[in-house]
Design a protein around this ligand. Sequence first.
Ligand code: ZN
Ligand code: ZN
Length: 214
Amino acid sequence: MQFHLVPVTPFQQNCSLLWCEDSKRAAVVDPGGDLDKILAAVEERGLKLEKILLTHGHLDHVGGTAALSKQLQLPIEGPHKADDFWIQQLPMQAQMFGFPSVEVFTPDRWLEQGDQVTVGDQPLEVYHCPGHTPGHVIFFHRLSQLALVGDVLFAGSIGRTDFPQGDHDTLIRSIKERLWPLGDEVRFVPGHGPMSTFGQERQSNPFVADKRFG
Ligand SMILES: [Zn+2]
Ligand SMILES: [Zn+2]
C-alpha cells in the first residue's frame, strides 16, 4: 500500500491518496476541498480512483465529497452513522467558515467498529473512535502498519472536543482502547500536521502519554 498526502482547504487538512501497488487502484481519504489539487496528484501517479473514504463529517474533511463523487461516480464509505448530523449541516458549516457552498450527501456505506474496507486488493480495518465527533472512524492497514486517524490524534495533541456531541473522556478512551492496542510501531497520518507513531505519542503527547495515567 502506498500513500501520498495532499493538504487541502484553508485548514490544511491532510487529504490522503491510498493505493494498491499492483492494481494502481486508489481511494481518496477525506477530500475536504481543492479537488483540482487532489485530481492532479491522482493523474501524476497514474492511479485509478475507485472510492472515497471518510473519517468524520467535518467540512474540512468532507467538503469536496459530493462534487468528487458525482464527477467520477465514486462510492462513498464512512464515517459512522452518528456523524450524519454533521453531514446534514455542511451547507451551514461552509457558510460559517466562508467556504464555497457544499452539497449534502449520503454515504453508500456507513461504517462500524470491526468493519473492513478495501483499496484495490488491500484490506483496511475500521475502528470507531468517538470523542471528537460521535461517528469518527479510523482506517488501519495492518500489513504496512499505517493508520489514518483523522482528528482523533495529532503529533503532540488530540482532537477538539468542544463541538456538539464531542466528549473529552470518550476521546481519551478511544485513543487508549482502540489506537494503542494496534502497536507502538504504527505510523499514523493525522487530519492536520505532521505524521508520527503511536509509540512516540505514548511517550511525549501531553494529553495521552502513558506517564500521565501512571
Ligand atoms: Zn474534525
Ligand atoms: Zn480537521
